[in-house]
Design a binder for this molecule. Structure first.
Ligand SMILES: [Zn+2]
Length: 319
């Protein structure tokens, strides 16, 4: 497989999920099913999963807020999952970034009045087929550059931007009163990050962007919710498959995000050292793979495109 094709396959896997439905032997599309998980039984925030993507649904008294959509064709299955909880319409969508697997499904929620995304995400979404013609009304109509706060009370949502890494438009979506942070594709899964350079992504910046997330949001790990002091302790990745737990309270924590940040630092460091020593792509990849030993359970299948992007950036900086 050429590098370009490998990168494209990775983009589809990581960013787009199952953009094209799998066909059965009879040529019929397999039905799309969205899995619904409670994050915390006492709370109104839920995880929905379909096509390899994770999104959140904040179920309010008379409306639903989605954090990301599941891509084209997943609207009905998403609604069917929500129907287990409420008949209230989806009225607000927060897009973590512009990749189609996180945004193209916006057009399947006709009651939405507010769509929020980083200003760089909106700019690229304007040229996506999914939002052409009459569908332009599903584009973000509220944007931000650094931070934005939405709603209030227990449902308060904060959007934070920390710079270019996966793309140049990735928002960390934080529910401070619930102790939950949705990472989108900044922390897609426990594997080398996918960096979309065409969308402004910068591989060598990944460690510092995640360090900024940890630093800026470090005041969250302890917060008061009602009479209890709770821990800001659930980090939801954009693609990682959740464990079979209900509620999902024991999933990824702040400590896992710290570990992932260190993983990206180790990866970039290993490739940078190999490059400085005059090594080529093979040596750099071997060095990057050597990092995996410190991270049991991490999947290194897609390390090659990440290494290639780091090398391109290092070569570019040396010119
Ligand atoms: Zn993405």
């Amino acid at each position: 497989m050429t590098r370009a094709r490998r990168a494209a396959a990775c983009a589809l896997l990581v960013a787009g999920g199952l953009a094209v439905p799998a066909a059965s032997a009879a040529g019929q599309e397999e039905p799309r099913r969205v899995r619904l998980e409670s994050l915390d039984v006492s709370d109104n925030l839920y995880l929905l999963r379909g096509g390899g993507n994770n999104i959140l649904a904040l179920v309010r008294e008379d409306s639903v807020v989605l954090v990301d959509t599941l891509g084209v064709g997943w609207g009905a299955a998403t609604r069917a999952a929500l129907d287990n909880l409420t008949t209230a319409p989806v009225t607000m969508i927060i897009n973590s970034h512009d990749h189609a697997g996180h945004t193209a499904g916006n057009v399947e929620f006709p009651h939405v009045t507010v769509t929020v995304a980083h200003e760089n995400a909106k700019r690229r979404m304007e040229s996506m087929d999914a939002f052409s013609g009459a569908n332009a009304r599903y584009l973000p109509n509220r944007t931000f550059s650094d931070t934005l706060t939405l709603l209030d009370g227990i449902d308060r949502v904060e959007l934070h931007y920390f710079g270019a890494s996966h793309t140049d438009a990735d928002a960390v979506v934080v529910f401070p009163e619930k102790g939950i942070a949705f990472m989108g594709d900044l922390f897609a899964s426990t594997s080398p990050p996918y960096v979309d350079t065409a969308a402004g992504g910068i591989a060598t910046r990944y460690p510092e962007v995640l360090a900024a997330v940890l630093e800026e949001l470090s005041y969250f790990p302890e917060f008061v919710r009602g009479p209890e002091v709770r821990t800001f302790d659930m980090v939801v990745p954009g693609h990682q498959e959740p464990p079979d737990l209900t509620p999902l309270l024991a999933w990824f924590t702040w400590a896992d995000l710290e570990r992932y940040a260190q993983f990206t630092r180790d990866l970039v460091g290993a490739v940078t050292r190999a490059h400085a020593a005059g090594g080529g792509a093979g040596e750099a990849e071997a060095a990057a793979r050597g990092v995996a030993g410190g991270y049991p359970g991490y999947d290194m299948e897609y390390v090659r495109p990440f290494v290639a992007t780091v090398l391109e950036e290092l070569d570019g900086a040396g010119r």
